[in-house]
Ligand binder design. Sequence first.
Ligand code: CAA
Ligand code: FAD
Length: 379
Amino acid sequence: MDFQLTEEQLAVQAAARDFAQTELWAGVIERDEHQKFPAEQIKKMGELGFLGMMVSPEYGGGGMDTVSYVLAMEEISKVDASCSVIMSVNNSLVCWGLEKYGTEEQKRKYLPRLTSGEIIGAFALSEPEAGSDATSQRTTAEDKGDYYLLNGTKNWITNGTTASVYLVVAQTNVELKHRGINVLIVEKGMEGFQTGPKENKLGIRGSDTCSLMFNDVKVPKENRIGEDGFGFKFAMQVLAGGRIGIAAQALGIASGSYELALKYSKERKAFGVPIAQHQAIQFKLADMATNIDAARLLCLQAAHDKDAHQDYAKSGAMAKLFASKTAMDASVEAVQIHGGYGFVKEYHVERLMRDAKITQIYEGTSEIQKIVISREILK
Ligand code: CAA
Ligand code: FAD
């Protein structure tokens, strides 16, 4: 067993850390406050290769491994979890899914622009009546010969208003249940496709989340990904990998909270000494550091499993379950260590605490991760 990162992985980690500190830190409070989409920052992330990290260079990607992706996600999430969710959806759900299961034509058409950040992608599975219960799709894709007629509503879609390409899950044959589901590539501007208003959210406020409405949208047959009826398996496959990305996002929120709390505890004095000298604070820091190291090991284990072409549904779910709880706990404690200063925006930790919550909800709630883990254990 080798716990050493390679030189390449260390270089990716350092580049992501440098980018996050120099390009993301300065405006993050303002973007959060005004729900401002980080357009310039995402453009730069595309230029630096963070939007298509695992895609083969043949399609404009970085050809990197999942371990490097986890390291970069952690560093960017330490500073701006809105940027990292945009990055995660584009990398794990859209680019990875397209490269793995798309036709050569689909890959050539979309991947170079998605990896460079010229356009960004979205993944649309959730619906008002189908969140955790993802097989209950109400959106329909009626087979009309050379096209599908798409009707229905998706909600909570990350990159909803800003994406140009959407991977949309829809039911073609209701009798076949989840085996009658397809995933279609929908482009912004297709007739009958509209996006709803941006949601006003608790956290990750820089990322845009909205509903998508499809009203008799004609989607060409060549825009289907995979064989007829492959859509649900496609969704489950991309989510298994996506959960590693969100686990790394949660890890970054936790370690960002910890780093701020550690620094503050050495500076702030109470009762004549830095608060870091009080055992109550030391124990909080010890718990945070221990859980963060454990979360990082789970994230790297899942990434390693994926890179080694081993099954990663269970390890990815475990990483997400544990890292998201760690993000919640560490960010709450970081606010506590900051006392009253933790409750105001300029100290950053209140934002990290608000951002942490979503990691226990999207890409499968914590309860759903436990379903995935227990099914794997018991099968
Ligand atoms: N890989 C391939 N196929 C898989 C799979 C995997 N990892 N997991 C399940 N499947 C297949 C099963 O084999 C089964 O197919 P067959 O019957 O042909 O064998 C099919 O999927 C259905 O599986 P289940 O019977 O287990 O289905 P279920 O109804 O019990 O639900 C579930 C399973 C795990 C709960 C699933 O519904 C689920 O993951 N729900 C959560 C949805 C979710 O994560 N949404 C996230 C939306 S995207 C997002 O959130 C992005 C963002 O925020 C940034
Ligand atoms: P529900 O499924 O209604 O769950 C409600 C509660 O019941 C939860 O606590 C849940 O864990 C629990 N529960 C449900 N079923 C069970 C069960 N069997 N056993 C135990 N407990 C259960 N979706 C996309 O498709 N694409 C996106 O890009 C995307 N981005 C998102 C961004 C944000 C900011 C948000 C808030 C959501 C996003 N989602 C996205 C949707 C997200 O994946 C869903 O919100 C999530 O899967 C939960 O679905 P739900 O909200 O319908 O909750």
